[in-house]
Ligand binder design. Structure first.
Ligand code: FES
Length: 76
């Protein structure tokens, strides 16, 4: 799924965190949980709509979520 998006795609609009940064952080910091990913990048720590689909209460739904990225990078 994540290969459909450019690495500059902004996943977390509140904190302006891009897809490429999230992928890099998961790999280089050996991130073990979604919470840890949020702590390191700041993504998902404001409105929280970008964490996972079930928690997206925004008017404009996100196209991709931190949880999807985490799972794909960690577990393929
Ligand atoms: S869009 Fe990520 S916290 Fe708001």
């Amino acid at each position: 799924m994540i290969e459909k998006f450019d690495e500059d795609y902004e996943v977390c609009n509140c904190h302006k965190v891009k897809l490429g940064e999230i992928v890099d952080v998961i790999k280089t910091n050996n991130i073990e949980s979604l919470r840890e990913l949020q702590e390191v990048t700041g993504a998902g720590t404001h409105c929280r709509h970008c964490i996972f689909e079930e928690g997206d209460f925004g008017k404009m739904k996100k196209k991709i979520y931190c949880k999807d990225i985490f799972n794909e990078v960690k577990y393929g």
